[in-house]
Ligand binder design. Structure first.
Ligand code: NAD
Ligand code: WQD
Length: 348
């Protein structure tokens, strides 16, 4: 079976994707600096799979993608062990959008320079298949219409700009290498929730900034009140609308993306990964309270700088090209996310 390198594989999306890939039989080489994660997520993934058979299918190396020597050794070893890395899913990166406004250089250096190191070593070892974690934050959507892959790209934060830069670098690599690479940029919308076991989930090491982990912490009492950023947006209930996607649906999109790349001719493709369904902040909060039978005290506060009223994916391209469609609804996202939080109030 193919060996896939997962950068950032102990993080939130990475750990869920590792689980989905192992179930499909892939061998995994995981690397992570653990700057925003714990490698305990790997033991939990193994616990979910409940089978010693999987022990041999995962190797983990703690390290940084900016360390080319480290990357080189990993690729070289995989060849020596007759388990050559044939594809990469590239999650490793810093992702706190607001932090990137204050520390732009840190984001450019980690995300963009780190990616350049990775792509260079991939090229050296003739590994030319990659799924890259891009983001809906690259779009500038001021309308109330779903976003297409061809919609305007105009990120308003350094974080989003690093994602565009990495996509552009990959496009340049594709065009200048006689079109020999297979590249899929998956542009995620708002992943939330956790695996249904409640054993793995989102584990931000610093104060969370995203809505769902904050809602979970208000539900367990560690944050006393949710602030909803504005109630006069041009939406049905005045709160902003997002396309929330269950983390396991997102994980499965990576498996489908890899399958697609391996089965098809070399290409460079951008795909939105969302459900196509919009949910407002207020709807999410109400659904969470209803499904989990709990209270989320909230108050309205000022709008957050840079927020948009409506960020929902047009997902026709991904559902027509990949053997994938989102299966889990907002109730399941709320239930699974809360189960993880309840069972693991302090993370791993
Ligand atoms: P995460 O922080 O849980 O995972 C990222 C992982 O990368 C972490 O484990 C971190 O320790 C590791 N990492 C960071 N810099 C590294 C480096 N230089 N070398 C090695 N490891 C490094 O975040 P996530 O939510 O799982 O996000 C994964 C990817 O998806 C990121 O690239 C993120 O930008 C992107 N993304 C996330 C979202 C989201 O809402 N969670 C949305 C769109 C895109
Ligand atoms: C969702 C909604 C807030 C917190 C960002 C990135 C995106 C992706 C996901 C990485 C918004 C509202 C939030 C709070 C609130 N990440 N909110 N009170 O901003 O849609 O997307 O994270 O790539 O690229 O841009 O996600 O979860 O921060 O916010 O009212 O305390 O919740 O205004 O409408 P966002 P979010």
């Amino acid at each position: 079976m193919k060996n896939i390198l997962i950068t950032g594989g102990t993080g939130y999306i990475g750990s869920h994707t590792c689980l989905a890939l192992l179930k499909r039989g892939f061998n995994l080489t995981i690397i992570d600096s653990n700057i925003n994660s714990s490698s305990l997520s790997i033991s939990r993934v193994k616990k979910i799979l409940k089978d010693e058979y999987y022990d041999e299918k995962i190797v983990f190396f703690k390290g940084d993608i900016r360390d080319k020597k480290f990357l080189d050794e990993i690729f070289l070893n995989s060849i020596k062990q007759n388990n050559r890395i044939q594809g990469v899913i590239h999650f490793a990166g810093l992702k706190a959008v607001s932090e990137s406004l204050f520390q732009p250089l840190v984001y450019w250096e980690n995300n963009v320079y780190g990616s350049i190191c990775l792509f260079e070593i991939m090229g050296k070892y003739d590994c030319k298949n990659i799924v890259f974690s891009s983001s809906a934050s690259i779009y500038k959507n001021n309308s109330l219409k779903p976003i297409l892959e061809t919609s305007e790209i105009k990120p308003c934060t350094p974080y989003g700009q690093t994602k565009v830069a990495i996509e552009n670098i990959l496009e340049g690599i594709f065009k200048t290498s006689s079109n020999s690479w297979r590249i899929a940029n998956l542009r995620y919308f708002n992943p939330i929730g956790a695996h249904e076991s409640g054993l793995i989930g989102e584990n931000p090491l610093s104060t969370p900034n995203n809505l769902f982990p904050i809602v979970c912490r208000v539900a367990d009492g560690s944050i006393c009140e949710l602030q909803i950023f504005g109630n006069d947006w041009p939406t049905n209930d005045g709160t902003p609308v997002r396309d929330y996607i269950h983390i396991m649906d997102l994980a499965e999109a990576h498996c489908a993306g890899l399958d697609f790349l391996f089965k098809n001719k070399p290409q460079f493709i951008n795909l939105n990964v969302g459900t196509g369904i919009g949910t407002s902040v207020l709807e999410l909060v109400n659904k969470f309270m209803e499904v989990n039978n709990c209270r989320i005290p909230y108050k309205y506060s000022q709008k957050r700088l840079g927020d948009l009223p409506f960020v929902v994916a047009e997902n026709k391209l991904i559902t027509s090209i990949l053997e994938w469609r989102p299966k889990r609804n907002i109730e399941q996202m709320c239930r699974d996310g809360w189960q993880w939080q309840k069972n693991n109030p302090n993370g791993f």
